[in-house]
Design a protein around this ligand. Structure first.
Ligand code: MLT
Ligand code: MN
Ligand code: ZN
Length: 305
């Protein structure tokens, strides 16, 4: 399976359009100290030809343009390498790109019923897309199932989804989030046996998450914040990491302490907020991540499993 990180920033991107925090300032002024990143998206393929998007951020147009296999092949007037979109949660940074994909054929989306509910009731995605490309909804299966191409042929990938601690987006008005508001995906290459576990939004760990993280070759995981009060301390927000449903990276209760001990061959943080100091190349936080054998995801980074 070829896995390409198309976007590795959290909502807002790096830099964020209206932000002058230390990270955003540094990435604008000192290209040697930080690299820009677009919002959270990954694409995977078993055959190098047919691709699945993992989430659809508002940056999807430029992300598709940045990766030739997703573009129409030389033989077609219109076409795409994109077969379907797998959606982990209904946050705007993971779903606004669904509207951008309206010029194509019926948009095939795999997700959980609670995420679908938010997309329907909160964003009106199918109501809007009905007048453009139309949609095909698929309930993401709970156990490993063949992922098919848009033409019904096998993709060479197996997929399973699992619920993770998380929340519905703010636009759902603070309603209690049902289980399945945030999902992780497991993708397995039928030929190589390579296993990817993808959890870009994760509020905390639990026994299911621990089991999933413990059994994969490549782990791509929520790297939004380094500390609990990062947004507040940097003066750019009022919410803590816990209130925003993100498991912090740093400190004794952070994810890095757990990732260190996992046997996965490759581990990388994705969905990284512009306030996270591990985005700065020379920071002590970056050194700590590297020393633990974990990557700070970058746009264009690839893995083969
Ligand atoms: C998040 O991941 O916490 C959300 O994307 C934040 C937001 O959309 O404002
Ligand atoms: Mn987000
Ligand atoms: Zn910023």
């Amino acid at each position: 399976m070829r896995v390409r990180l198309l976007g590795t920033a959290a909502g807002g991107g790096f830099p964020q359009w209206n932000c002058n925090c230390k990270g955003c300032r540094t990435v604008r002024q000192h290209p040697d100290q930080a690299i820009p990143r677009t919002q959270s998206c990954v694409t995977v393929s078993a055959d190098n030809e047919h691709w699945f998007l993992l989430n659809a951020p508002p940056d999807i147009r430029i992300q598709i343009e940045s990766f030739a296999p997703l573009l129409p092949s030389g033989k077609t007037l219109r076409g795409t390498g994109v077969e379907a979109v797998l959606v982990t949660n209904a946050d705007l940074d993971h779903t606004l790109g669904l509207f951008t994909l309206r010029e194509g054929g019926p948009l095939s989306v795999y997700t959980s019923p609670p995420v679908a509910q938010a997309l329907i009731e909160g964003l009106g995605v199918p109501q809007v897309l009905r007048s453009y490309c139309g949609m095909e909804w698929h309930d993401a299966p709970g156990s490993l199932t063949h992922l098919t191409l848009a033409n019904g042929k096998p993709s060479g990938l197996l997929m399973a989804a699992f619920p993770v601690p998380g929340k519905w987006p703010r636009y759902m008005g603070g309603q209690t989030s049902p289980e399945g508001s945030a999902m992780g995906f497991r993708l397995v290459d039928e030929k190589t046996g390579g296993k990817l576990v993808f959890i870009p939004d994760l509020a905390s760990t639990d026994s299911l998450v621990a089991k999933e993280m413990g059994d994969c070759d490549l782990l791509l995981i929520d790297g939004t914040f380094w500390t609990e009060r990062e947004m507040i301390e940097q003066g750019v927000g009022a919410l803590t990491a816990t209130q925003m449903a993100h498991w912090i990276v740093g400190g004794p209760s952070g994810s890095l302490a757990v990732l260190k001990g996992l046997k996965a061959r490759k581990k990388a943080y994705v969905h990284i907020n512009n306030t996270n100091p591990m985005l700065l190349e020379g920071s002590k936080e970056r050194s700590e991540v590297s020393a633990a054998g974990v990557e700070v995801g970058m746009d264009g980074m690839e893995f083969s499993i």
